[in-house]
Ligand binder design. Structure first.
Ligand SMILES: [Zn+2]
Length: 348
């Protein structure tokens, strides 16, 4: 139990600038930093006062479960808003405007709500577990965005706009609800992803790196719009089908599928108005368990060796040509790598 004291400086005086009114385990704390808050009302009052004075640094502040979510909605943060090591049940920052960076790096929370926020700098969001999800619907981030979740998490990016590069990683399932999100400078994801076709109907620009991701229900990217964008699915595993294309003329310029494993069907169908996307597997062939369908695709750099040809269909495909003959890339690779010819027969 903390004891009442009257001292000049809270342990975290550099952060809060407050005198200490509580002592716990031999250390002095202000109302915002005391590990066991004694009055929710006093805590709430102190927080309002701190915000009125323009405070943006919330490090090591403690908001106990009874306090509910730490709610700072529709606020304007002039300085870097720093929520590292803050203890709270949940964090609600909807509608707020962050003129500089926003940093959230905490323990487990119920949710982080950032709907309709604008962030002028970078967004860093790290938490070991966020049981009810991360909500970024309608948010706008100018700088780099880094989102790292430890446990299973739902990540709602509906209508969010990221001008800078985005990196998302999760050590567990990531439920992607990304409808209408726009990634202006590339996207990197490392996660086990659950998605449906609508949820990936995003606007992608730049390099979209989904290497080594596992897609639990397969993946349908046919509603995505790719603008001058390269897609990398190397080493990824699809426990279902993979459907690629892109909306209308917005197909990726290239799609890397080095060693990609697809348990279901593979469908790569680009709109005929679009430039044929180049499917690239120069070193390790993809493995497709179901059927494969290619339309308006450049296969001149794609190993298909080992996949049975009778389950493949092609229309308007760009092949490698040699001396007036169409060659599968395998045949060229074969010359260099001495793959036994028996294997090639499967392909023809
Ligand atoms: Zn303090």
């Amino acid at each position: 139990m903390p004891q009442r004291v009257q001292k000049d400086r809270c342990k975290y005086f550099e952060i809060c600038g407050q005198p200490a009114t509580w002592q716990e385990a031999g250390e002095d704390f202000c109302v915002l930093h005391v590990p066991e808050a004694q009055s929710i009302e006093a805590l709430s009052k102190a927080l309002n006062k701190y915000r009125e004075a323009g405070g943006c640094d919330f490090r090591y502040m403690v908001f106990p479960r009874e306090y509910g979510a730490l709610s700072l909605e529709n606020h304007v943060f002039e300085e870097v808003a720093d929520f590292r090591n803050v203890k709270c049940a949940a964090l609600a920052l909807n509608g707020s405007r962050f003129k500089q960076d926003l940093i959230i790096d905490t323990g487990a929370m119920a949710h982080v709500s950032l709907e309709q926020t604008t962030i002028g700098g970078s967004l860093t969001l790290k938490a070991p577990a966020i049981s009810n999800g991360i909500m970024l619907g309608g948010a706008q981030v100018e700088g780099v965005s880094t989102i790292e979740a430890g446990g299973s998490v739902e990540l709602r990016l509906w209508n969010a706009h990221f001008a800078g590069p985005v990196r998302i990683s999760s050590q567990n399932d990531l439920r992607a609800v990304w409808n209408q999100a726009a990634f202006g400078s590339g996207l990197t994801v490392r996660a086990i992803i659950r998605s449906n076709p609508e949820s990936l109907g995003c606007d992608f620009s730049g390099f979209v790196d989904l290497q080594n991701c596992i897609f639990i229900d397969g993946c349908d990217l046919s509603l995505g719009k790719f603008r001058d964008s390269h897609l990398d699915l190397s080493g990824a595993r699809f426990r279902g089908s993979l459907i690629l294309g892109g909306q209308g003329a917005f197909t990726p310029s290239s799609i890397r599928i080095e060693g990609t494993v697809i348990d279901g069907d593979l469908q790569v169908k680009a709109d005929f108005r679009a430039r044929a996307p180049r499917l690239v597997a120069r070193e390790e062939r993809p493995r497709v368990s179901g059927s494969a369908e290619f339309a308006n695709v450049d296969l001149s750099q794609c190993l298909l060796y080992g996949n049975a040809i009778q389950s493949m269909s092609f229309s308007r495909v760009v092949w490698t040509t040699h001396a007036g003959r169409y060659l599968l890339f395998d045949e060229i690779a074969e010359k260099a790598q001495h793959i036994p010819l028996d294997g090639l027969k499967e392909t023809y």
